[in-house]
Design a protein. Sequence first.
Length: 163
Amino acid sequence: MNNFFEQVRRESTRIAYRTVADHSNSTQTFAFKADLLKDLINQVKGQELQDIHVVINDTSIVVTGVARKLMIKIPFSMTMRPVSTERGALAFLVDEMTPVNVPWLNQKVFNHPPYLHFKDGLLTLNLEPLKKMEEFDDMEIQQVDIHDGKIFVVLGANFLSKH
């Protein structure tokens, strides 16, 4: 898990140097590639999940793989899109899932607190570890968007928490 956050830290530092600051509303934009989401799932998945693949297209994120229940292998696929942000987390609405919404499979693949939570058709990805980095202490997620095969997260100043 530390390797994932180290990778995110390096990527965020690299992007921070390329980010243009708007002095009236200072923001930082981070681009997360499919590999980072795949690495997160792979690190928390355990032995029951295999062949995890993540594809980010212009409107959604598709996660596929194989889950094992006892000796049976069950292929799965989930299509989701970002719907909201709250503090240090991104929420994705599950648009399509095969096999059709199997609760134990959802829990096994996507419920790994404190980083991933799955409940009522929403997958929440916690980005709080990013916020622990000193340079982002007073920032919160303002916007999330998908395009060019990446998830773009815009962090902005959180004036309410400091004042």
